[in-house]
Design a protein around this ligand. Structure first.
Ligand code: AKB
Length: 316
């Protein structure tokens, strides 16, 4: 069993519930503290290890917990995503930035060994090359979420260069999972579609049929995140977030993949404000830098993920 003491902030979200479960296997249940602003723990976090009610904006409470528990690694997952962020840009900026900046300071002052903070493909914008978007390219995000993620990446790099802080990050594509629901993202359709295929046999998609976006199954995302965090520091040849890719598909293609299992499944399209967000993002991602630096490899493609999603959601 590894020796670290880990704190996950925002553990009740789509990534958090699965990340906590995976970390507890490696570090021991008692050595991974799940925390979230919600009083009531997510069912996947209940009675499976320590749970603390914690506001990601409350630096005093975070510092106290880190000192009291001797925390050596923090994963900061609390954030407002792209679609929610556009409804309240100032709030998205405050939550996404303030939570990061105060944690970076606490980590330096309290000598926390490692920090994880997620970035996103939302850092890219309409002026970025959209096919096989490289690790380093034109970056002019047009959503407040993307602006906060890119600014956050630069802050992480700055704290590493200035204070030697070991802070690591991934630019997640859309994440697809059956255990927990996403909230407030532009890529959320790719989770909703499986639920409605099973419950209604049809889905009305908020993106148009040929909108390609980079996506990843949650199993790959969790494994990749832990592999990044466990990689030796000398392999981290960039301290900006790593591009990570697994698959890229359109609503039409995911519907076709579902029809292999549910032939009568029907999809319709009613694009809303999220279409403009998707149109400014990459269609596919070049993640060769992560593959070269620390050996990233994805396992799930669209067909394998679809079979797994439908099997598990049907049981659920
Ligand atoms: C979103 O759609 O906002 C997120 C993301 C790509 O970061 N899933």
């Amino acid at each position: 069993m590894k020796k670290d003491k880990v704190l996950v902030i925002g553990a009740g979200g789509q990534i958090g519930v699965e990340l906590v479960a995976a970390l507890r296997v490696s570090y021991g249940a008692d050595n991974v503290i799940a925390s979230d602003i919600r009083e009531e723990a997510h069912p996947m976090l209940k009675d499976r290890g320590p749970y603390v009610v914690l506001d990601a904006m409350n630096g005093t409470a975070i510092r106290e917990l880190i000192v009291k528990e001797g925390i050596t690694q923090v994963y900061l997952l609390a954030a407002l995503l792209s679609a929610t962020g556009e409804k309240n840009p100032k709030m998205a900026w405050d939550i996404n930035m303030q939570s990061l900046l105060q944690l970076l300071d606490i980590a330096v002052q309290e000598k926390v060994a490692k920090i994880y903070w997620p970035s996103s493909i939302a850092v890219f914008g309409p002026t970025t090359p959209r096919d096989n978007t490289p690790q380093q390219t034109i970056v002019e995000p047009r959503t407040v979420y993307g602006v906060s993620k890119y600014a956050g990446e630069l802050w992480c790099q700055y704290y590493h260069q200035r204070w030697g802080l070991d802070v690591r990050s991934i630019r997640y594509p859309g994440l697809i999972s059956w255990k927990s629901a996403p909230g407030g993202g532009t890529t959320d359709y790719a989770v909703e579609i499986y639920h409605e295929a099973l419950s209604k046999g049809s889905y009305n998609c908020f993106l148009s049929e040929n909108t390609y976006l980079p996506m990843m199954y949650m199993d790959d995302a969790i494994r990749g995140t832990i592999e990044l965090m466990e990689a030796p520091a000398e392999k981290m040849l960039t301290r900006m977030a790593y591009n990570l890719s697994a698959m890229s598909f359109s609503p039409k293609e995911i519907a076709d993949a579902i029809r292999v299992h549910i032939p009568e499944f029907n999809i319709s399209y009613a694009p809303d404000f999220r279409q403009a967000i998707a149109d400014g993002w990459p269609k596919s991602i070049d993640d060769s830098t992560a593959r070269e630096h620390w050996g990233w490899k994805h396992e799930f493609d669209l067909a394998r993920m679809t079979a797994d999603m439908l099997k598990n959601l049907s049981k659920k």
